[in-house]
Design a binder for this molecule. Structure first.
Ligand code: ATP
Length: 199
């Protein structure tokens, strides 16, 4: 079975950018956020659990009304935990099934909340991507219509970089002036060696 590498980091840290480079190297990438969205839209039992948690039908337009769910969660924070308790295990099962079926030396799971969702238990090693807060703010503001305060609020709601770093096998510092490709190539070599080893 393929070895597994987790990639995590806060908003604007550069997870997607780093994964893009791994993809060029031929490594299959599972994006937890995309899987979560798909499951919330399409999995019948998750759909009914979400409606039960919300106390109303959030699928009148066919897909999940994410804006309404966010509004409900804003007024009742416990709801987020309940939704997560329904969606996270399903995402992990999906990753298990996906990675077991792939013929590759190793695969990647990208997840901002890798540790929070306890996905670290499913991977051999984790890379934590870090970057200075000010650079993350300007990156996120540069890619979407969002205020500085909103980005800061999201950053403050997430785990701190050093907390993720302490639990990670690798740390990539993705500040604007850093050369990340050599580090990625080194990790890629490590993972190929790990994959070649007997278990
Ligand atoms: P999110 O969790 O919010 O999706 P992310 O960690 O996946 O974020 P990316 O989407 O990879 O982050 O990067 C955020 C933005 O910053 C992108 O527009 C990307 O092009 C840019 N960016 C990433 N790394 C760097 C870098 N080293 N220098 C300059 N810009 C960068």
């Amino acid at each position: 079975m393929a070895r597994r590498l987790g990639i995590t980091g806060g908003i604007g840290s550069g997870k997607t950018t780093v994964c893009r480079i791994f993809r060029v190297l031929g490594v299959p990438v599972f994006v937890a956020d995309v899987a979560a969205r798909q499951l919330m839209n399409n999995d019948p039992s998750i759909r009914s659990e979400i409606n039960e948690i919300a106390g109303k039908d959030l699928y009148e337009g066919g897909e999940l009304d994410r804006r309404e769910l966010a509004r409900l969660i804003f007024n009742e924070p416990d709801m987020l935990q309940k939704v997560n308790a329904s969606v996270h295990p399903a995402v992990l099962r999906e990753f298990e099934a996906w990675s077991s079926a792939i013929d590759a030396p190793y695969v990647i799971m990208e997840a901002a909340i890798l540790f929070e969702a306890r996905a670290d238990r499913l991977v051999d090693r984790v890379i934590s991507i870090s970057a200075p807060v000010e650079e993350r703010i300007s990156r996120v503001m540069g890619r979407s219509e969002i205020s500085r305060e909103e980005v800061l609020e999201r950053i403050n709601n997430q785990m701190e970089d050093n907390e993720r770093e302490e639990q990670s096998y690798y740390v990539i510092n993705n500040a604007d002036n850093e050369m990340i490709i050599p580090e990625i190539l080194k990790i890629h070599g490590d993972m190929l060696r790990l994959a070649a080893k007997e278990r």
